[in-house]
Design a protein around this ligand. Structure first.
Ligand code: GLP
Length: 261
């Protein structure tokens, strides 16, 4: 795991977007894993601007999102499909048939989960997975106690997640209590991954995920065993880390990151 601390949330999002753009330029047929949430909105805004201003090409890219609410149709404005169409897919040159999210309205949800895993496998696997973190340490919707080997499945959301995400629903009771999510094991099989977290509300959970023990109680801590994982933070989200100076020194001296200074 490599931790990169940026001065502001904007700088952190811009760096995440530049890294994704770099991956896409190096491999135009990239299989990209995507995330939702407020944190990702600025990443997608930068990628959309790069497409508009620099011609960043998404035409051969294929995407798989981490998760989707059970029971929400794609056209529902609270669905993650709707979020992705608004924030990214509608703003870049990607064919919607190359974008996939779990279908939360499938009649047979277990079959949908199996077919999602099979579809990822068929592409040869996710080359680059973007991740956010929930305040309880979830990645995707892998709530505390998710097996570190879990695969795409239906997850019942925790009270913490429900209260964190209810703000997006005009009527809080309308928020689904279940979601389909890639598993922790699915995420760990991505070839590279990048977790982005900003803001002081994430400082505590970031300290546990990055410097605490690997534990299913904090699903994001599983990324410590991912062979190529970067964690990009702003100062506020990094506030609880004890080795900040080392991470800064490492970023300044690591040749792999030189192009991003
Ligand atoms: C949701 C998503 C997660 C995301 C999290 C953080 O719960 N399922 O994938 O990481 O939100 O969201 P935010 O960026 O709004 O804090």
């Amino acid at each position: 795991m490599k931790v990169i601390i940026q001065n502001s949330a904007d700088d952190a999002a811009r760096l995440a977007a530049r890294i994704i753009a770099g991956q896409l330029r190096a491999n135009p047929a990239l299989v990209l894993g995507l995330a939702t949430g407020a944190t990702m909105e600025s990443v997608y805004a930068v990628l959309a601007a790069m497409h508009r201003d620099e011609g960043l090409d998404f035409s051969r890219c294929r995407t798989f999102n981490l998760d989707e609410y059970v029971g929400l149709a794609p056209e529902d404005e609270h669905s993650y499909r709707h979020y992705m169409n608004c924030h990214l897919f509608g703003k870049v040159n990607i064919g919607l048939r190359n974008t996939r999210l779990p279908n939360g309205t499938a009649v047979d949800l277990d079959a949908e989960c199996a077919s999602y895993e099979a579809a990822i496998k068929k592409t040869g696997g996710i080359d680059f997975q973007l991740l956010g973190i929930g305040s309880n340490g979830h990645i995707g919707f892998n709530e505390p106690l998710s097996s570190l080997r879990s695969r795409t499945r239906v997850m019942t959301l925790s009270p913490a997640t429900i209260s964190q995400n209810q703000r997006y629903f005009e009527n809080p009771d309308m928020m689904p209590k279940r979601a389909i999510t890639m598993g922790v094991g699915t995420i760990l099989e991505s070839k590279r991954c990048l977790l982005l977290a900003t803001g002081s509300a994430k400082a505590g959970v970031i300290a546990r995920a990055v410097e605490g023990s690997v534990s299913s109680m904090v699903p994001a801590s599983a990324l410590q065993i991912h062979p190529r994982c970067a964690v990009i933070l702003d100062e506020a989200a990094a506030a609880g880390l004890s080795e900040k100076e080392y991470y800064r020194w490492f970023f300044d001296h690591e040749p792999e990151w030189a192009e991003y200074h």
